[in-house]
Design a binder for this molecule. Structure first.
Ligand SMILES: [Zn+2]
Length: 75
């Protein structure tokens, strides 16, 4: 059974999804090769659905931290 992890790109800090049986992944943000063995894993998921949900949450969190997403609109 394939499981998934959410890993952090060591170069740009972007979150990406990886199957645990893969060894490398190309970062979709900066294009660098990410060695999954050495990459920081922030979450694990049992299936693709769970993995994409997790990834979405991490991206939202990161975006909020960077101020890209405004939680409150001020007029
Ligand atoms: Zn990257």
């Amino acid at each position: 059974m394939t499981s998934y992890s959410v890993v952090v790109c060591g170069k740009c800090g972007g979150y990406l999804l990886a199957k645990t049986d893969q060894q490398t992944r190309t970062c979709p943000y900066c294009g660098s090769k990410v060695l999954l063995e050495k990459a920081k894993k922030v979450a694990a998921a049992r299936n693709a659905y769970e993995a994409s949900e997790l990834l979405r949450k991490f991206k939202e969190k990161a975006a909020a931290k960077n101020g890209k997403v405004k939680l409150q609109k001020r007029f």
